[in-house]
Design a protein around this ligand. Structure first.
Ligand code: ACO
Length: 208
């Protein structure tokens, strides 16, 4: 499994430009830190609670240890840590986590985008690329996405890719210092007649 995380996905074209997804790199430290610090206001309401201030947690020096931890998980086949690129520039991240094999073959998917690029279809394109990779080479059968009821933009992204709302998980995750309810969205292989990217292209939201 250790090599599927090294794949580059895409590119596909959206109204914002060419979207592709590639593995995280050690040299992403500066961009990661800059974007995460700049996007604190849009990220804090939705992200797991962490130790220390946002600036401390996203200082350039924090990337090395985080990168190493993610890479070793990726080599074990339990996570796919990706960067989302717009026209070759780092604009966000896509992560597939808790990859389970055996009779379940499922994982969760999560993402964020630099607020300067909101609304261009970038997250939708990246999620579609991630879904096709997970249901293709990675060999998964089901993807879950948990999102707070107030996060309308993220729910719109999931709906556009074909995820369905399967219900409410009460006090599911410690986010912004409180246990928050989350909606469980999910997609299984059977839901997609061809592929997620193909469906996006057919709906006019992306092109090859
Ligand atoms: N109410 C309703 N719909 C909204 C709102 C809103 N307030 N804001 C945006 N939208 C819609 C847009 O209209 C668009 O849908 P449309 O194409 O049908 O018009 C959709 O949300 C956004 O689609 P994209 O342009 O593909 O998404 P974008 O690249 O802007 O990224 C994202 C969306 C990732 C949710 C971004 O807003 C973000 O990074 N937010 C902060 C972090 C975050 O919430 N991450 C997701 C956490 S949940 C999870 O990971 C499963």
């Amino acid at each position: 499994y250790g090599k599927t995380w090294q794949s580059t996905l895409g590119p596909i074209r959206t109204s914002a430009g060419q979207v592709s997804v590639r593995p995280i790199r050690l040299r992403d430290a500066k961009t990661w830190s800059e974007l995460r610090v700049r996007n604190e206001q849009t990220l804090v309401p939705w992200e797991p609670t962490g130790m220390g201030t946002w600036e401390q947690r996203h200082h350039t020096s924090q990337w090395g240890p985080l990168y190493s931890a993610l890479r070793s998980e990726a080599k074990r086949g339990t996570i796919l840590p990706y960067v989302i690129e717009l026209d070759g520039r780092y604009v966000g991240q896509l992560t597939v986590g808790n990859i389970q094999r055996g009779a379940v073959r499922s994982a969760w998917i999560g993402y964020w985008i630099d607020s300067e690029h909101f609304g261009g279809g970038i997250a939708t394109a990246a999620v579609a690329l991630g879904v096709d990779h997970c249901f293709g080479r990675v060999g998964l059968h089901r993807l879950d996405a948990t999102v707070q009821p107030a996060n309308q933009a993220s729910q719109a992204v999931l709906a556009k890719v074909g995820f369905r709302n399967e219900g409410l998980l009460k006090r599911y995750m410690d986010v912004n210092s409180q246990w928050r309810d989350h909606l469980l969205f999910a997609l299984t292989v059977e839901d997609l007649p061809t592929s997620a990217v193909e469906a996006l292209v057919r709906s006019g939201r992306a092109s090859y």
